[in-house]
Design a protein around this ligand. Structure first.
Ligand code: FES
Length: 106
């Protein structure tokens, strides 16, 4: 399956330690996260009970769901702490200069 990359913003608007919600394509809601200068993308909807992930905080390389405080690694999507639930989906990210691009499957 091919991956299509879609521009979702500039690194200038996403400082290290920050997270932002984006909708790159119909049906895709993602939280993009800057971990010490590297950007990661995960699903913006928590697998536990549907919390909106980009309203949560970053703690090192983990994003914390604001609803019941599930911690997910933004690198792997694995649940690292909090209520038992499935991993969160991750998406490929690449940079084109200062522009952040996320990958979706076609
Ligand atoms: S909805 Fe995210 S931890 Fe419950």
């Amino acid at each position: 399956m091919a991956v299509r990359y879609i521009r979702v913003g500039s690194i200038d608007q996403l400082p290290p330690g920050k997270v932002k919600g984006v909708r790159p394509w119909p049906g895709y809601r993602m939280a993009i996260c800057n971990v010490e200068g590297t950007v990661y993308a995960v699903d913006d909807v928590c697998t536990h009970a549907g919390g909106i992930m980009h309203y949560g905080d970053m703690v090192r390389d983990e994003l914390v769901c604001p609803v019941h405080l599930a911690y997910f690694s933004v690198k792997t999507g694995e649940l690292t702490d909090g209520p038992k639930c499935d991993p969160i989906r991750t998406y490929p990210v690449r940079m084109d200069g200062n522009h952040i691009e996320v990958g979706i499957e076609e």
